[in-house]
Design a binder for this molecule. Structure first.
Ligand code: BG6
Length: 484
């Protein structure tokens, strides 16, 4: 699909001294710059309370870019990019600091021709999203005559009520089409490919329903722990960090009805419809359909309370109550310190209705399994039964494989590159709309409430697939997790 060309703009990053800025955002912008996907003059202004000179900030960013590409950015490509990076220190919730920032931005407009166009990127602690967004507006920084886009990082809200309050406070100053709620999973090529796979191929749609599908497993397992994010993670947990956003995004892409056009609102309308149909568990139901786990040793991690009941593992069974999916379970699972880093969606088809082969030679035929591997080893596989060569009719399951690297090579744009570019181009398709966030929280809120009533997560040893209760969740349904 041909993309329009980008307007020059200023990308203003709040929380610029943080990790996200140096590890993801600036390397992504640098890569877009090298590919000439952003317009000449486009500038970046980092701001936070830490004191940096422009040069010190550029040095920090250069190190981030080196870590990202594995090599030092060379002078010829780095210097002209770095020249358009600036830093303003200040407290973004304070009116005077905001006005000083405004003066710097106006000067860049005059020198670089950025025409008042702004991407306001909130890469701060979630508690600052609303105060900073409000302060930008109150300081008059939206009145530049150019376009204004506000990017809000996750987690978006802490529960349903706080998400609604945040949506409402942003809506006081920004139109919905100016708000870009980022979920980096949507920027992954393999996640976007879920839509292409479903809607660019005629053969899957007729079987994409309760008649042929037995159940769906959506898993985002991580081998790593919480690294140096103890304080953040202990206030967040797996439900808010991954399940409410990344896992439900994947679920909505698998479950949605076919959209009539590749259009931001048409696609998002269908995702919202799918989320609306997800059965709402009562806090009491949660006891039997949700598992909360915590890896052993978590409470000794830096920044974590020694009595913490924050979950590092989440598993749940969900149903989508509509004609397509009635009574097909969707099992969701995510966790830290698991045996491998694997994100995948496994669609398990039903067994053949009648076994016509001699039962002495064929005990059982594995049902077909379609696996969309989001990462790593990105690809898609489909299993099917095949006759083993020989005089008997012996059936063995084999794989049909598509592997991204073999077909397309290993280079793929990183999620943040794609999403930052979309934001600069004004394409919100891969960003969450307010009603999507609201629906996702309506699904998760009873679980949050159930956990808030007390109890503790079940512990699991690092390097395992989570607490036993997670296996029981499927065992009770005579199923089992697919462990990569
Ligand atoms: C982030 C979470 O949104 O996603 C992290 O905050 C998690 O805790 C990360 O590790 C996983 O992303 P990816 O792209 O590595 O699967």
């Amino acid at each position: 699909m041909a993309r329009s060309s980008a307007d020059p703009c200023i990308v203003v990053i709040f929380g610029a001294s943080g990790d996200l800025t140096s590890r993801k955002l600036l390397p992504a912008l640098h890569s877009l710059y090298l590919q000439e996907l952003i317009a000449p003059g486009t500038s970046i202004v980092g701001t936070s309370r830490s004191a940096f000179s422009d040069d010190a900030f550029r040095k920090r960013i250069r190190e981030g870019v080196r870590g990202y590409c594995g090599k030092n950015p060379v002078g010829a490509s780095w210097n002209p990019f770095a020249q358009n990076i600036h830093y303003v220190s200040g407290d973004a919730t304070d009116e005077r600091s905001m006005q000083e920032l405004g003066q710097e931005l106006a000067q860049i407009d005059a020198e670089e021709g950025t025409k008042g166009n702004r991407v306001w990127y909130l890469a701060t602690a979630p508690s600052l999203f609303s105060p900073i967004a409000g302060q930008i507006a109150k300081a008059g920084l939206l009145d530049t005559g150019g376009w204004q886009r506000l990017v809000v990082e996750k987690p978006f809200g802490f529960d349903l009520e706080s998400a609604r309050t945040l949506n409402a406070s942003l809506a006081d100053h920004y139109r919905e089409d100016q708000i870009y709620r980022i979920d980096h999973y949507l920027g992954k090529e393999t996640v976007q490919n879920v839509l292409v796979f479903r809607f660019a191929n005629a053969i899957f749609e007729p079987i994409w329903n309760r008649r042929y599908i037995d159940h769906v497993q959506i898993m985002a397992a991580e081998q790593g722990g919480i690294e140096d994010r103890g304080t953040f993670y202990d206030q967040t947990g797996a439900l808010r960090d991954v399940a409410q956003n990344h896992l439900l995004q994947l679920l909505s892409l698998i479950a949605m009805e076919p959209p009539v056009a590749w259009d931001a609102d048409v696609i998002r309308d269908q995702k919202v419809q799918a989320l609306k149909a997800v059965r709402r568990w009562s806090p009491d139901d949660c006891r039997s359909v949700v598992v909360r786990g915590q890896y052993e040793g978590y409470r000794q991690e830096e920044g974590v309370s020694s009595r913490s009941s924050t979950e590092t593992f989440f598993a749940a069974k969900m149903y989508i109550d509509n004609w397509r999916w009635a009574e097909v379970p969707f099992y969701l699972r995510t966790g830290k310190k698991m045996p491998s880093k694997t994100t995948e969606i496994a669609i398990q088809f039903k067994r053949v209705p009648h076994l016509l082969f001699d039962r002495t030679a064929v005990q059982e035929i594995d049902p077909n399994l379609l696996v969309l591997r989001i990462q790593p080893d990105e690809g898609i596989s489909l299993t099917f039964g095949t006759k083993v060569p020989g005089p008997e009719v012996e059936v063995r399951t084999v794989d049909m494989e598509f592997d991204y690297d073999s077909d397309f090579g290993s280079g793929r744009p990183a999620a943040y590159e794609r999403l930052l570019l979309d934001c600069i181009l004004g394409d919100p398709t891969l960003f969450a709309r307010s009603d999507e966030i609201d629906q996702a929280w309506q699904i998760m809120d009873p679980i949050v409430k159930h956990w808030a009533r007390g109890g503790r997560p079940r512990s699991y040893p690092p390097d395992t697939w989570g607490p036993e209760a997670s296996d029981d969740l499927l065992r009770l349904d005579r199923r089992s997790w697919r462990n990569s």
